[in-house]
Design a protein around this ligand. Structure first.
Ligand code: IPE
Ligand code: IPE
Ligand code: MG
Length: 244
């Protein structure tokens, strides 16, 4: 059982860290291996990173695993990734429960295989009582898709007379998002040297800090993670105000 060593955990660090786990394909290709080899190595990293969270003072970890645009990849890669997600859940469930990790999934489940969705639902259910780290996995997730789905549900409530158009504001829309129970990310990290958001948490990251690092995701160790978080400490977040 993981325990949180309170005295060691920094209090001024980011509470919610979101990560665009990029670079698995290049990591594999540089070793002359198929892309799926990189995805397997990347999946193994996730466990170390989530387990490092309590000591680093990170309460919420959100990771981008598969985007609404990733269906454009070859059938072999997509099918391999879907199988990897299923195997990962089956293999990790016991440790996630024991380590106090609460798992949630965001993204549209409609396009996902029924067996995978059943495993996702079950993992959410069996970890629902955990509270040490809240890990959210973005799977078939796109920020625009999420806002569109939220708007559709909101419009339905208006059509049904449950909600007045006059009452629609930022807070109302936020309630319809997949992330409705989560705080906004304080820090978004992207690995692999690309400096773009690729449709990740568009609404939620309006005021997040960003860190783009060259490390490829399978090389992203807890030490690299700690170093990135240490760099965050000196930042001044203004949220539009003039500093005192
Ligand atoms: C990120 O690694 C994982 C997914 C998008 C599923 P990539 O597969 O994008 O790796 P690169 O960017 O091709 O190296
Ligand atoms: C973003 O990475 C999606 C995930 C990490 C799951 P991509 O590799 O798909 O992003 P682009 O295509 O380079 O923008
Ligand atoms: Mg990529």
């Amino acid at each position: 059982m993981l325990t949180k060593t309170d005295e060691a955990a920094p209090t001024d660090g980011p509470k919610h860290v979101a990560i665009i786990m990029d670079g698995n394909g290049r990591w594999a290709q540089s070793r002359g291996k198929p892309r799926l080899f990189g995805h397997s190595a990347g999946a193994r990293r996730v466990r170390q990173i989530v387990e490092a969270c309590p000591d680093l003072g990170v309460k919420y970890l959100t990771i981008f695993a598969f985007s609404t645009e990733n269906w454009k990849r070859t059938q072999t890669e997509v099918a391999g990734l879907m199988l990897l997600f299923r195997r990962y859940i089956q293999k990790e469930t016991k440790d996630l429960i024991e380590n106090g990790i609460r798992v949630r999934f965001i993204g549209d489940r409609i396009k996902l295989d029924k067996k995978l969705v059943a495993l996702m639902d079950e993992l959410e259910r069996v970890t629902a009582h955990n509270d040490l780290v809240h890990m959210t996995v973005a799977l078939n997730y796109g920020g625009r898709d999420e806002v569109a789905r939220a708007t559709k549900r909101l419009a339905q409530e208006v059509a049904d007379g449950k909600l007045s158009p006059d009452d629609v504001d930022e807070e109302t829309l936020t309630r319809f998002l997949d992330t409705c129970v989560l705080p906004d990310p304080d820090l978004v990290i992207r690995t692999s040297g690309e400096a773009r958001i690729s449709n990740f948490l568009l609404w939620q990251s309006a005021y997040s800090e960003y860190e783009f690092i060259d490390t490829l995701w399978p090389d992203f160790t807890p030490e690299v993670f700690a170093k990135v978080l240490a760099g965050y400490g000196g930042r001044e977040r203004r949220f539009g105000a003039v500093p005192a």
